[in-house]
Design a binder for this molecule. Structure first.
Ligand SMILES: NC(=O)c1ccc[n+]([C@@H]2O[C@H](COP(=O)([O-])OP(=O)(O)OC[C@H]3O[C@@H](n4cnc5c(N)ncnc54)[C@H](O)[C@@H]3O)[C@@H](O)[C@H]2O)c1
Ligand SMILES: *[C@@H]1O[C@H](CO)[C@@H](O)[C@H](O)[C@H]1NC(C)=O
Ligand SMILES: *[C@@H]1O[C@H](CO)[C@@H](O)[C@H](O)[C@H]1NC(C)=O
Ligand SMILES: *[C@@H]1O[C@H](CO)[C@@H](O)[C@H](O)[C@H]1NC(C)=O
Length: 323
């Protein structure tokens, strides 16, 4: 019988070997699980295998590799398969990572449904689609849900678990335990909601950034500075609610003192819901970035970002007394 999370028997299936599939493979192998990766494109599967090996070796040199095993040991836990049914066979957990496209998700979940065992859990990495949109009518739909990672999941541990109305509660509990066990940081939504939780907060931030830029209040660079040299430093350790709690004598005191001020700011500055990002503003912001991070420097800048996220993740683990 397929194993349950915790006893490290059985294996994990990764369906789709792009950016997110590779991250999940490293996370599960880092925790000591056997991983089988499938991709519809055999060339991509080969590229993914090479890339996984190189990345793990690089992380080992940099001191970023997760878990207690060496890169070579972790790599030996990862195999590839050019057959979906072979990939899923004997797996207790499947993490689907194919492109974000509803028709494709429907197709892949139907294919997986046809070969899934009774107790196999099937999670989608989907960023925007809810499980009810692509699992309706499937025979194993009570074992299916969304487990949404944040890029890059190897260094940003949050995973949003979003059950469909028909997802078995026990399945959600098991996935949450699995995510904790492999070193991710799960949150559980009680029901489906567009944008889940992270994107609702992220869009609120982008939204106000956009509005401030559009009104000419400050430059794009200075808006970003509000986060990476301001709010972001705080938010790496405490969230907006704990911020309220600590910035006064508790939440209720914060509300007594600051609610009216906050209300006035919002009433005064928040505009009615537009908000399709308008082309004119987009071009102005792009022009600013063209000076500092032109399009041909994006990949370089992403590595720069990941290096900092890796160091921050290391620091957080040290401070939290984790491994
Ligand atoms: N990239 C991100 O920042 C990010 C963050 C969180 C969640 N996600 C979600 O993760 C999922 C995957 O994103 P990604 O960025 O890794 O995409 P990607 O394009 O890098 O990789 C997708 C992979 O799926 C493969 N594929 C296509 N059709 C397939 C099929 N029928 N069966 C098996 N494999 C197939 C492709 O060959 C490709 O290797 C999406 O749902 C996305 O929304 C992405
Ligand atoms: C991984 O697979 C190997 C070979 O099948 C097996 O010996 C080992 O017990 C498995 N390990 C885990 C953690 O499942
Ligand atoms: C986005 O901005 C508009 C305009 O300020 C506001 O009405 C809307 O509520 C905002 N949405 C979010 C998610 O903050
Ligand atoms: C930014 O630079 C790209 C080329 O890298 C160019 O295609 C684009 O038109 C520029 N955009 C603006 C708004 O200047």
């Amino acid at each position: 019988m397929a194993a349950t999370p915790g006893n490290k028997l059985g294996k994990i299936a990764i369906v789709g070997s792009g950016l997110i599939g590779q991250n999940w493979s490293m996370i599960f192998a880092g925790a000591g699980y056997n991983v089988t990766v499938f991709d519809v494109d055999p060339d991509q599967l080969t590229r993914a295998q090479t890339s996984l090996k190189n990345t793990m070796e690089q992380y080992e040199r940099d001191g970023y590799l997760r878990g207690k095993l060496t890169a070579a040991q972790q790599m030996s836990l990862v195999s590839t398969s050019s057959s979906l049914s072979e990939c899923l066979k004997d797996s207790f957990y499947v993490q689907e990572c194919v492109p974000e496209n509803l028709e494709l998700k429907k197709k892949v979940f139907a294919e997986m449904d046809a070969v899934a065992s009774e107790d196999m859990i099937l999670a989608s990495s989907s960023s925007c689609l809810c499980a009810s949109m692509f699992t309706d009518g499937l025979s194993h739909k009570s074992n299916m849900l969304v487990a949404h990672p944040i890029n890059p999941p190897y260094f940003i541990p949050l995973v949003e678990l979003v059950p469909a109305p028909w997802t078995n509660q026990d399945v959600v509990t098991k996935v949450r335990a699995l995510m904790e066990e492999v070193g991710q940081s799960p949150i559980t939504l009680r029901r489906e909601s567009l944008g889940f939780a992270l994107n609702r907060i992220q869009y609120a931030a982008i939204n106000e950034s956009w509005n401030m830029y559009q009104s000419g209040l400050l430059s794009a660079e200075d808006i970003d500075r509000v986060c990476h040299n301001g709010l972001g430093l705080r938010y790496a350790f405490i969230g907006p609610l704990e911020t309220m709690h600590l910035n006064a004598n508790g939440i209720t005191d914060y509300c007594d003192r600051y609610a009216e001020g906050a209300y006035n700011v919002q009433k005064e500055t928040f505009k009615p819901v537009p908000v399709m990002y308008d082309v004119a503003t987009a071009q102005k912001v792009q022009e600013e970035f063209n000076q500092t991070i032109p399009l041909d420097k994006l990949a370089e800048r992403r590595s720069w970002r990941d290096k900092r996220l890796a160091e921050l993740s290391k620091l957080k683990k040290t401070l939290d007394g984790e491994k």
